[in-house]
Design a protein around this ligand. Structure first.
Ligand code: GAR
Length: 210
């Protein structure tokens, strides 16, 4: 059974999708959410963990002077937890290579756009949807990818496209992308990792799911 740690910074709707998936048996005996780590105190994601009896801890980004010291604190916590899979679920803090070296191809992130569009530094949360609407794209969506040293640049595991509609605001587009894409492909990607069905070669991830 793989121990799944989930990193959060906000409302935690993606965490909820993972909790629901686990409760519905999607991971079977292959995976279990054993820890939630929040980068801020008081976020609603922590309540979701508590409501479901999942241990949680806060490692406040504000209490660390730089990315290196913060990354060390998070990496140490995940090593202590013996995490097999680490999921960034709306985790808004960029960590450095200490963590990617400790968990190579064991960490995944959900991004609310079709990478390589609208991604990289500064593209997070509602900003992503603001930029997509400014550019007038007719399709956006979500991507689950491995976390590597390059922000939003790791091998892509799953993507799902979602229509942009006339009159969309960043908020309506975000909601549609969450409902139709993120909350589906994130649990699915975790299932695939739990079942060892994702391989990476030459920077390309391949899903073997027959
Ligand atoms: C989600 O849309 C997630 O894709 C995005 O933030 C939101 C968090 O919502 N993540 C990023 O932008 C990371 N670059 P949640 O806390 O309700 O899951």
């Amino acid at each position: 059974m793989k121990r799944i740690a989930v990193l959060v910074s906000g409302g935690g709707t993606n965490l909820q999708a993972l909790i629901d998936a686990e409760h519905n048996g999607l991971f079977g005996e292959n995976g279990k959410i054993t820890l939630v780590i929040a980068s801020k105190p008081g976020v609603y994601a922590l309540e979701r963990a508590a409501n479901n009896d999942i241990p949680s801890m806060v490692i406040p980004r504000k209490e660390y002077p730089d990315a290196a010291s913060y990354t060390k604190a998070v990496t140490d916590a995940l090593l202590k937890e013996k995490a097999d899979i680490v999921v960034y679920a709306g985790f808004m803090t960029i960590l450095d290579r200490q963590i990617t070296e400790a968990f190579p191809y064991k960490m995944i992130n959900v991004h609310p756009a079709l990478i390589p569009s609208f991604c990289g530094k500064g593209y997070y949360g509602l900003h992503v949807h603001e930029e997509a609407l400014k550019r007038g794209v007719k399709l956006s969506g979500a991507t689950v990818h491995f976390v590597t040293e390059e922000c939003d640049g790791g091998p892509i595991i799953l993507q799902k496209a979602v229509e942009v509609k006339n009159g969309d605001t960043p908020e309506t587009l975000q909601k549609r992308i969450m409902e139709q894409a993120e909350w589906k492909i994130l649990p699915e990607a975790v299932r695939l990792l739990c079942e060892d069905k994702v391989t990476v070669k030459d920077g390309i991830a391949t899903v073997k799911d027959e």
